[in-house]
Design a protein around this ligand. Structure first.
Ligand code: F6P
Length: 341
């Protein structure tokens, strides 16, 4: 078989490990051939491909980013359609597609599979917000990067006796904030799942300060303070119509400084959380998922994605995987909140 691989949506540490896992297993076990679509669905819609011989994936499990490039292109926009894609696949001799992506990518993959295209999915997102898989690769690395950065912010906060607000990614879920905040010993963790009042945050900051600590607040980009209706967004919508988040830390800093009298600084960690070398956990997970995607192709399990369930790799239908966010449960927040202030 000739299999086309694409990486789509926001990049994520571990994408290259998936590609390597799929290609090595596909060649070793089945003699498959591989091509890569460039820049996500753009390459699929335009038939823009490169060959992926074994040599191209040599040593790439530890490389950040994606050797195929990515984009947030929607395959149903800009002249894309199942017919156009089917015609490219026929012309290029491609039998099946492995789509590596997050919710947007998998939703598009579902529509295309419903139209008869042969696609299997591999979930990826640093946000860890896909309900059908216990963990997505990229999350562990993002948490590690955020934790290291917050540890550094903490030492400068302590030197200056300042309050530090560190903003992390995560879109509408608080997993990165919860894990990095716990790991770094934050005095408050603010997540989208828990509306929290400015009075409460002020109290936590003051309590930490009263014990002689430099207060450390970790806030998820999607956090919504109690007095507001939606997450802070000042950069419009992305190609899937979702608000681009970011900047809540800059909003909170002057408010908390005015209320507490403690000099306060905000740092938005941004895309540094998605860059660079994937952790060992993410490399292993990504490699296993890539290899399992080959099994799905061989079995003709179109319309499914591979997922981590406990320690095993399972198959989940796209419709089961989509539409439900994996949010931080109340119990996980309550557990962390015991240590706030
Ligand atoms: O979904 C991953 C993510 O990094 C989110 O945490 C963040 O809100 C978004 O992507 C940023 O997207 P972009 O890279 O398009 O700015």
């Amino acid at each position: 078989m000739k299999i086309g691989i694409l990486t789509s949506g926001g990049d994520c540490p571990g994408l290259n490990a998936v590609i390597r896992g799929a290609v090595l297993k596909g060649i070793a076990s089945h003699g498959h051939e591989f091509v890569g679509f460039l820049d996500g669905w753009r390459g699929v819609v335009e038939g823009d491909i490169i060959d992926i011989p074994r040599a191209l994936v040599r040593g790439i499990a530890k490389q950040g980013g994606t050797i195929l490039g990515t984009s947030r292109t929607n395959p149903f926009d800009n002249g894309g359609s199942p017919e156009v894609i089917r015609a490219h696949m026929r012309r290029l001799g491609i039998d099946a597609i492995i789509a590596i992506g997050g919710e947007g990518t998998l939703a598009a993959a579902k529509r295309l599979t419903d139209a008869g295209l042969k696609i299997v999915g591999v979930p990826k997102t640093v946000d860890n917000d896909l309900d059908a898989t216990d963990y997505t690769f990229g999350f562990d690395t993002a948490v590690q990067i955020a934790t290291e950065a917050i540890d550094r912010l903490r030492t400068t906060g302590e030197s200056h006796h300042r309050c530090i607000i560190a903003e992390v990614m995560g879109r509408h879920v608080g997993w990165i904030a919860l894990h990095a905040g716990m790991a770094a010993g934050a005095h408050a963790i603010l997540i989208p799942e828990q509306k929290t009042s400015i009075e409460q945050i002020t109290q936590w900051v003051q309590d930490a300060n009263a014990r002689g600590r430099a207060p450390l607040v970790v806030v998820a980009e999607g956090f919504v303070p109690e007095h507001l209706d939606s997450a802070h967004s000042e950069r419009g919508l992305d190609t899937s119509g979702r608000p681009r988040l970011g900047g809540i830390a800059d909003q909170l800093a002057p408010t908390l400084e005015a209320r507490t009298g403690i000099e306060t600084r905000a740092t938005i960690l941004g895309h540094i959380q998605r860059g660079g070398v994937p952790s060992a956990f993410d490399r292993v997970l990504a490699t296993r998922l890539g290899m399992a995607a080959i099994d799905s192709v061989v079995d003709g399990a179109w319309g499914t994605m591979v997922a981590l369930k406990g320690t095993e790799i399972a198959r989940v239908r796209f419709e089961q995987a989509l539409g439900r966010l994996k949010t931080v449960p109340q119990s996980r927040y309550d557990e962390a909140a015991v240590l706030f202030g």
